[in-house]
Design a protein around this ligand. Structure first.
Ligand code: ZN
Ligand code: ZN
Ligand code: ZN
Length: 403
């Protein structure tokens, strides 16, 4: 495996937290409460799975940031890059308005009540000044925690924290861009290896297993998905992988992705299994393939700062509709990608958000002929200063697999 830098320096987390607090003020929020998940990883570097015990970063508009954690996770919370950057405990640090205070609670403590205590107007003048402002809850906080916080903070108004964090997270910083590139390249090598291997006589599930193990071998920490849609299964955009056996003469949609240092890859290639009999793609398949490729290329070429997200969708859709296949392109053309495989910004009709430098998203038009086959081609694209930066580099030429 090649040597690559997968670290995000602690200073980056300081910068993100500072930007978060600016955004809290701009949006008129009183505080954000961030549970375990991508928002917490983004702000602190904390990696974990949500559970029944509450783990919550409490970011008030002003005043110290608190990291409320169950006792058994306190050491992990102290070791996050953010804690390392600002220091833990009482020592105040400039820039983000204080240190991160780790508050470890015992199994018998009421964690939601502790959060209410932290935000109580009686506790500080700052809390008093923000007591009427909404509290942002991270989108992935479990309902049991949301309900507990609502009970502990009666009279407070709650909103999704994404209203504050969306603008930050959808514009990738240099560290995120680097990790997205690494993930994309690891996915490309996986696609190339599958297209260079043997497919005839194997089940979709078997090929899917090979994709997952190659995603890891190529540098991902996790293999998240490995869609193998052969023949008629290719016409189901979110088909997974079945026991269907691949045969010569099958088109196959391969849509795969994994997580590398927290960041996702996601790429799709449609290949043609010609087998030893060397069965040529039929003319309609070739035609549709070139159409999807053209739609993908034109939508990608439309990427530049200031262009509304919906225009990327409309560009691809226009190409496909003009050729008479509009009804067969049944999903939006793309989604943002980062710490989540589907995140803002969405390339979809109705999303007028202007593209900004550093936004990363998929461009993945498809044409699906029910009962026959499908074609989808997907690259991750970043919005550069003058146009698109395409992160996936594997070929978009139609590959005919002989084996
Ligand atoms: Zn999808
Ligand atoms: Zn995909
Ligand atoms: Zn995708």
């Amino acid at each position: 495996m090649i040597e690559t830098n997968r670290q995000i320096p602690p200073d980056r987390y300081l910068a993100r937290l500072a930007a978060c607090r600016e955004a809290i003020a701009e949006r008129g929020f009183g505080a954000l409460l961030i549970g375990v998940g991508p928002d917490l990883r983004y702000l602190t570097g904390f990696v974990g799975d949500p559970m029944e015990r509450l783990t919550l970063l409490v970011v008030p508009r002003v005043g110290p940031v608190s990291f409320l954690v169950p006792q058994l996770e306190a050491a992990k919370a102290r070791a996050t890059p953010l804690s390392g950057a600002v220091g833990v405990g009482g020592a105040g640090v400039g820039g983000v308005g204080g240190a991160v205070e780790i508050l470890a609670f015992e199994e018998t403590d009421d964690a939601a009540a502790m959060v209410a205590e932290l935000l109580a107007p009686a506790r500080s003048a700052a809390n008093g000044s923000t007591a009427r402002q909404p509290i942002g809850l991270s989108d992935r906080l479990w309902a049991m925690h949301v309900l507990g916080l609502q009970r502990a903070l009666p009279g407070r108004h709650f909103e999704p924290a994404s209203a504050v964090l969306r603008d930050l997270r959808q514009v990738k910083d240099a560290d995120e861009a680097r990790l997205l590139r690494l993930a994309a390249q690891a996915a490309d090598r996986t696609v190339d290896a599958i297209a260079a291997g043997r497919l005839v006589g194997r089940t979709e599930a078997d090929v899917s297993r090979e994709i997952r193990s190659r995603l890891i071998d190529e540098g991902h920490d996790l293999a998240d998905f490995a869609i193998v849609g052969s023949g008629p299964n290719g016409a189901l955009p979110h088909h997974d992988a079945s026991d269907r056996t691949l045969e010569a003469g099958d088109p196959v949609v391969l849509d795969l992705g994994g997580t590398l240092a927290g960041y996702l890859s996601d790429t799709t290639r449609t290949i043609w299994v010609s087998g030893e009999a060397d069965i040529e793609p039929d003319p309609e398949f070739r035609h549709v393939y070139e159409l999807v490729r053209d739609a993908q290329a034109q939508a990608t070429a439309a990427v530049r700062p200031g262009v509304p997200a919906e225009q990327i969708d409309a560009t691809a859709r226009g190409v496909i509709a003009a050729a008479g296949y509009g009804d067969c392109f049944t999903h939006r053309v793309g989604h943002g990608i980062g710490l989540e495989v589907h995140e803002d910004p969405y390339m979809v009709a109705g999303n007028a958000t202007p593209l900004r430098l550093g936004m990363a998203f998929s461009v993945e038009p498809g044409i699906y002929l029910t009962g026959r086959w499908g074609v989808r081609l997907e690259n991750i694209v970043m919005c550069g200063p003058d146009g698109p930066e395409v992160l996936n580099r594997s070929s978009l030429d139609l590959r005919e697999v002989r084996g």
